[in-house]
Design a protein around this ligand. Structure first.
Ligand code: CO
Ligand code: CO
Length: 322
């Protein structure tokens, strides 16, 4: 996710800046003299899991995801880290190894980085990628009639919060970790192959927060069907105990006014759709005439996809029970 610095830089002064300075999007995009778009993004955060290797891998998958969310291919990254001076060297190297292995899986080289000392650990990447400007996915490309497709289940926020409070079942944590570590690479390739124009990744602002950004940027409404939205089994239990990260409550406060929930949906169900995700899946808008072929190709590539709603006219998000 990238927050533009409106009012400090003027987009008219930078004709080659394709994305940035306008509506918020996943990454900045700059048109190179050879016609390609250079994609630039950064993301880093405090530990979400106990295992340092997994933390590094999740942070890297999450940072790379903003390039995938633009329909781009990442190629180069730098580490950004803030670490306590007394952190055992094995833990430090496990974090960096987790990030490096994930980058290598993505075909990305980490060429170095910068580390400072800080009480609470923070780790992530600056990532560069390339995209075809004609095939870029942005938040503004959704059109009424498109199907809304999600590529990872929800429930990472509530599960990692249960872990922090020592209330989580290790099996639930392992399931969430394996999803968070998963690259959005194949999902992005699928979107580009089928020439989709709208996409974003579901991260801290939750499914509904990121969906709202897409609705606003595309000047459309969105309709979701709760029953079709994949949610981790463990997350359903933790949510029922009202175990949510602070970010989820913030999301409800901030985006709630744009969302129309069916009266059949209880508060827990509503809150699950505001759950702050780390390294979530892509939310894609797929034109109906390409949907069936795309789902078939996704199955061949063993890329999970769920059709969870559709783009409609209007300027609201509706959530139906089924
Ligand atoms: Co993003
Ligand atoms: Co981000």
């Amino acid at each position: 996710m990238l927050r533009p610095l409106k009012g400090i830089f003027n987009s008219a002064d930078y004709p080659d800046l394709l994305v940035g300075l306008g509506e918020p999007d996943d990454a900045a995009a700059w048109r190179l003299p050879d016609g390609r778009a250079l994609i630039v993004t950064t993301d880093f955060f405090t530990p979400v899991v106990d295992d340092p290797y997994d933390y590094g891998a999740i942070a890297a998958a999450n940072a790379l995801s903003d390039v995938y969310a633009m329909g781009g291919t990442p190629f180069l990254a730098l580490n950004v880290a803030a670490l306590p001076p007394d952190l055992p060297v094995e833990i430090l190297s496990a974090i960096l190894r987790g990030g490096a292995d994930k980058a290598r899986e993505a075909g990305v080289v980490i060429a170095g980085g910068h580390t400072i000392q800080d009480k609470e650990p923070k780790y992530g990447l600056i990532v560069l990628g390339f995209a075809d400007p004609e095939k870029m996915l942005t938040k503004s490309g959704a059109r009424p009639g498109d199907a809304l497709v999600l590529t990872k289940p929800l429930g990472f926020g509530t599960t990692t919060t249960a872990l922090k409070r020592s209330l989580a079942d290790p099996q639930d944590v392992a399931e969430a970790v394996s999803w968070m570590k998963r690259l959005n690479k194949t999902a992005a390739e699928l979107a580009v192959e089928f020439n989709l124009r709208a996409g974003t990744d579901v991260t801290g602002f939750s499914l509904l927060g990121h969906a709202w950004e897409m609705a606003e940027a595309s000047r459309v409404g969105l309709r979701f069907h709760f029953e079709r939205i994949p949610i981790l089994q463990g997350a359903l239990r933790y949510a029922a105990e009202w175990i949510f990260p602070g970010g989820s409550s913030d999301n409800r406060l901030y985006y709630g006014e744009h969302i129309n929930f069916s009266p059949d949906l209880d508060e827990v169900s509503q809150m699950l759709l505001f759950d702050a995700q780390t390294s979530g899946g892509l939310l894609l808008a797929a034109p109906k005439d390409r949907l069936e072929a795309m789902l078939k190709r996704a199955a061949e590539l063993e890329q999970p996809v769920w059709v969870i709603g559709e783009v409609i006219e209007g300027n609201q998000i509706e959530v139906l029970a089924r």
